[in-house]
Design a binder for this molecule. Structure first.
Ligand code: SAH
Ligand code: SF4
Ligand code: F3S
Length: 466
């Protein structure tokens, strides 16, 4: 998961219907999203709520009456970035045109009224209070600041239609919150208790997405393995199966799995359906049992490695990625080497790698932050360098393989080249416009066959096979 501003591509695609601008639109709204994929879907939910209340979405803060930052609190630098952005937006807020600036999301939930005290924002809304955004915005347009940060045990926004403006791949939140309480993590505090949407509503959403042109969905939760349909007791594997059967051509992904609860049933369900993508994000965090225990991750390295073995037995070509934290409290050189050993043993296709950032009010906050910054950074760099080598090696081994690739559209650098993703979540680039000027006979959203001819650590390149 990333904590960068998401660079949402604008694609020349035909299929998904464009967002509807209400004919009675009175104001414009711009939402900027930081943090994880759940925040991306939450921004779509907020836009859905605002759209039905007469607000039209726009693509830039300059054009908007209402500017909302959907924020992340996972690491200190994520929050610092938001503060800088708010300062940069202040000239708009204090300009001639009347505008409202608001913060949503995890940082809003964590910092609450102190966000208002910065003098840079008019409204503060936590992740479970998005139904109140229209009334808070309305009041702010009339000069009153507002805050709504109550967490809920039941809110899932199940009845709200997210306003999706992007691509052919949709994010679908299947649950909210987290009950795992890893000692380093703010999410249980910013997102509250775990709660799941009913299975049938998720299946119906997948069907609706297919009918309106989407070709891939990612089912989202902080720990999808805890998903449960309360009424029927269906678990996450049941949900995956139900979605895979209901829309057999829809590509289905999910994130994130917790290694403790990655069940055989889930692995076997993935293996049984061609439209469930063979890609698993299984964050290990550390390769040292002592550190895993301090993190309250509730599994050992041995358990984790046995899960990896089980996955590979069932799905030999399944891609794997992970999250790793460098320099957690008391981490020794030996612990760090153990993390590198796990990386060498698993050979992840990709990894999100972070220096430990202590977060107030978490258990780990009280354990101190005793690994000096330069040591953390050095260890992080070693982790990144190793991952780059592994990614390069694994991608090189792709040469000659044939992949089914979901067409996403022109690559950023060169419009004669198009890109898409393999079932294993790797980006592939191929020549779309031939030397004689002819173009490929497919559109965004089709699946094409691409033979891999070369690669870098980040990207595969190939040629189309007809
Ligand atoms: N629910 C997911 C993780 C969500 S947060 C899971 O359990 O796997 C995404 C990643 O951010 C985490 O996996 C972790 O690697 C990282 N992270 C979370 N808190 C952090 C902190 N305080 N410092 C550094 N990295 C952190
Ligand atoms: Fe945070 Fe752990 Fe929950 Fe993931 S499982 S969101 S790391 S508390
Ligand atoms: Fe960040 Fe909140 Fe997601 S803290 S990673 S936006 S759940």
């Amino acid at each position: 998961m990333m904590d960068t501003t998401l660079d949402l591509p604008v694609l020349p695609l035909a299929q998904p219907e464009p967002p509807t601008t209400p004919t009675n639109a009175t104001h414009t709204v711009y939402v900027e999203t930081y943090g994880c994929q759940m925040n991306v879907n939450d921004s779509e939910i907020v836009l859905g709520v605002l759209n039905t209340n007469g607000y039209a979405p726009v693509d830039s803060a300059d054009d908007a009456d209402v500017i909302l930052l959907n924020t992340c609190a996972i690491r200190d630098n994520a929050e610092r970035k938001i503060h800088e952005r708010l300062k940069a937006l202040d000239h708009l807020r204090n300009g001639k045109r009347q505008r409202v600036v608001g913060v949503l999301g995890c940082m809003a939930e964590r910092l609450r009224s102190s966000m208002l005290d910065t003098g840079l924002v008019d409204i503060v809304v936590g992740p479970d209070e998005y139904r109140k955004v229209p009334e808070l915005v309305e009041a702010a347009l009339h000069g009153s600041h507002g805050i709504a940060v109550k967490l809920s045990r039941v809110e899932t926004y199940d009845d709200i239609v997210p306003l999706r403006t992007e691509g052919i791949a949709a994010w679908v939140s299947i649950m909210r919150g987290c009950d795992k309480f890893c000692t380093f993590c703010v999410v249980p505090f910013t997102r509250g208790r775990e709660r799941s949407r009913p299975l049938q509503s998720i299946v119906d959403e997948c069907k609706g997405l297919w009918d309106s042109g989407f070709r891939e969905v990612s089912l989202l939760g902080q720990n999808v393995n805890s998903y449960v349909d309360e009424a029927s007791n269906y678990d996450f594997a049941d949900l995956l199966e139900a979605c895979a059967r209901a829309v057999p051509q829809l590509r289905i992904r999910y994130t994130t799995s917790h290694p403790q609860d990655m069940s055989d049933k889930l692995i076997d369900t993935m293996a049984a359906y061609d439209n469930i993508c063979k890609y698993i994000h299984l964050p290990v965090q550390s390769g040292s049992d002592r550190i895993l225990q301090l993190m309250n991750r509730t599994y050992s390295v041995d358990h984790y490695m046995k899960r990896i073995e089980r996955i590979r037995e069932a799905m030999p070509l399944c891609a794997l990625s992970t999250d790793i934290i460098a320099g957690f409290c008391t981490e020794t050189e030996e612990d760090h080497q153990a993390t590198l050993d796990v990386m060498r043993a698993v050979k992840y296709d990709g990894a999100y790698m972070f220096a430990y950032s202590p977060r107030e009010n978490t258990k780990a906050w009280k354990m101190g932050d005793d690994v000096p910054d330069e040591v953390k950074q050095r260890r992080l760099q070693e982790i990144i360098a190793l991952q780059n080598d592994v990614s390069r090696e694994l991608n090189a081994a792709e040469t000659g393989r044939l992949h089914s690739v979901l067409v996403e559209g022109p690559s950023k650098r060169n419009s004669a080249e198009w890109k898409g993703r393999t079932d294993t979540n790797k980006t592939v680039i191929w020549q779309h416009v031939a030397d004689d000027g002819g173009v490929g006979d497919y559109v965004v959203g089709d699946v094409v066959q691409v033979r891999i001819t070369r690669s870098t650590s980040a990207t595969l390149f190939g040629s189309l096979e007809v």
